[in-house]
Design a protein around this ligand. Sequence first.
Ligand code: OAD
Length: 282
Amino acid sequence: MISRFDQLVRTIANVLKTGDLITVLTGAGVSAESGIPTFRGPEGYWTVGSRNYQPSEIATQAMFQRNPKEIWKWFLYRRGICEDALPNPGHLAIVKMEKLLGSRFRLVTQNVDGLHLRAGSNIDRTYQVHGNLNYMRCARECYSTIYPLPSGLSRKARGDDLSKNEWDMLVCPKCGAMTRPHVLLWDEYYDEQYYRLESSLDAASKTALLIVVGTTGSANIPNQIVATVLRRGGTVIDINPNFNVFSEAAQRSAGGLFLQGNSASILPTLADLIIDLIANGS
Ligand code: OAD
């Protein structure tokens, strides 16, 4: 009987021989060890809620139409938490994999915290399918330009209001209309222009090994990606402290594995294994 480690080595060595893509798909769990709450964990954003609304009510286009300031307050509060956080060894291991694999590597992330980019992941190979809360865009879509948030916004606690001066900064530099956070809201659709939908699905269709990290799979696109990889006979590895829908998919896939544990510990080991296998000519 082969050990799980041997199985992992075999799986990765086989994938490296194919020349197909290795894709990493991340969720909130990869940033948990940076101190950013997940959504559905005990301290999660969707579990705890905001002061006046449930997050599922706030993070919608319908709410933005009714009360755009509530949306901004919610995302600026979350942005403050992200600003205080640093990339952890899991983010850094993903950068290592990308540097090693180059054009054979893709990263699809549901996280809007920007930590992958801060760790050094290349924006051209990083598909932020839920956006990035360090950016804003015109709510009227006069242009599709994405702007960094103005630097003069102060850090917000939950429910904090913004000064008039701060509200004035959150306008479109081109037409003067209100801006919106560059994030996918619950009642909106994925697209290519802002959220790299087609690029992500195209990557999935060319992926031999999909490494899923820290997600419950509650959003649509991760499920499409995993299903696409499984359909083409690819391998799925799931890294998560808790068994979930993707752990089960991983165990069903050819040579796939569920690696139970925290991503900041497991991802560096996986990156080192890939380095060794490439160095040994696999
Ligand atoms: P969830 O909060 O649903 O799931 C977080 C996952 O991370 C769980 O499976 C945890 O077991 C796992 N986890 C916790 N700590 C971990 C660690 N140290 N290492 C690895 N995994 C760990 O977050 P997501 O699946 O990312 O969408 O949520 C998906 C989407 O739902 C979010 O992007 C957001 C939300 O609605 C939008 O806002 C559009």
